[in-house]
Design a protein around this ligand. Structure first.
Ligand SMILES: [Fe+2]
Length: 182
């Protein structure tokens, strides 16, 4: 038997996961599964696999249009997701979700050439997510206990937009979800 929150999450993906992932060629569900699968293939912990699967759950919790970011609206999905998950999951599963947008701003500052690898929608959203981090922001970001996990998640996130990639079903990840609960 799955825990109630796991069942709720599965229902959320079933109900809203078919919407397109803002301006990309994959659905929210495909994006989540690709990201989680990359985490699994990189031997990530159950908590980081769960974070990878659920990092954009905030997008499934609001009613803004899929292309909100094209219109200059920041839906603050990472904070919505964090709020939704924090009562149920261990910090190691929640913090990378909260930080995955900051991680993009961070990588643009510390990783030469990273910006150029971003997709167009991701470059557009960067500008109203605060832009590239300055030195103080970089130092602050590195103080977070889970910043390395957030950076790893971010890199999988950026790659998990391939319409030709086959992913396992969401059931593959239920065990990781259950193991990440408080
Ligand atoms: Fe994402």
């Amino acid at each position: 038997m799955n825990s109630p929150i796991t069942t709720e999450i599965l229902n959320l993906f079933e109900k809203n996961g078919g919407s397109m992932y803002g301006g990309e060629a994959v659905t929210q569900l495909e994006h989540a599964l690709q990201c989680a699968e990359m985490a699994r293939q990189n031997n990530a912990s159950d908590e980081l696999i769960t974070a990878s699967l659920l990092h954009d759950i905030g997008h499934l919790l609001h009613d803004l249009p899929d292309d909100a970011s094209d219109n200059g609206i920041d839906d603050m999905h990472e904070l919505l997701g964090n709020k939704y998950l924090q009562n149920h999951f261990k910090l190691a599963a929640v913090e990378p979700v909260k930080l995955h947008v900051e991680a993009k701003r961070y990588l643009c500052a510390v990783d030469n050439g990273y910006y150029e690898t971003l997709s167009e929608p991701s470059k557009i959203s960067l500008s109203f997510q605060g832009g590239i981090m300055n030195n103080d922001e970089v130092q602050n970001f590195e103080k977070n206990e889970f910043y390395k996990e957030a950076v790893a998640l971010r890199k999988w996130d950026d790659l998990a937009k391939d319409p030709n990639l086959m992913s396992p079903t969401i059931n593959t990840f239920i065990e990781a979800i259950e193991n990440s609960l408080k």
